[in-house]
Ligand binder design. Sequence first.
Ligand code: G3P
Length: 220
Amino acid sequence: MADKPLIVLNFKLYPEAAGRRALVLAQKIAKIKKNGYEIIVVPSLTTMKEIADKTTLTVFAQHVDPVPLGAYTGQIAMDELKELGINGSLINHSERKVSLSIIRDTLELARQKKFTLIVCASSLSEVKKIALMKPPYLAYEPSELIGGDLSVCEAQPEVIVKAVEIVKALSPDTKVLCGAGVNKKEDVSQALLLGAEGVLIGHAAPKAKDPKKFLEELLL
Ligand code: G3P
């Protein structure tokens, strides 16, 4: 992916971004001017194929498992995601935590499959442990701020700076993202000023009165 600042839009299972509404939201997002940003949408498991098929957006999964195709009931395989045009995934999101050994195994498989992982961390100690595994992307998201309107950039600027320092010292090629409560343009510019290379956004986009207008203003 290019070195443009990254905007990762996690649809989660918000009612406004699930079922038939997921494609409607994705089509609105596909129409906005990117203004030098890279956008990745992260829809639910059951809606991501349709969005990958019917839009030009980069689509990531919300979770992936370190398994090949085979007898793995209820798991999500990179091989199948890649067949569907999904070439990356979040992993270890606060709402879908996995163990460090699973993160390690998933990163190893992703390297073999040329599959991109955004590994989430909810504390500086977790940032450090995950940075040692040299992920392509590491997203710092304090779980207590997720879903609120106080953004991590306002509440914890010094922690973002520290997270960037830790990651760059241990894994210079890892891109650091941050998220939680990001809801306005100033949060994005502040995140970049603090050394992050992008943000993750959850509720603010799907729950905006006009998601397309919200995102256009965010990317101005
Ligand atoms: O993955 C990003 C998400 O957890 C952030 O959620 O609603 O605080 O923007 P939100």
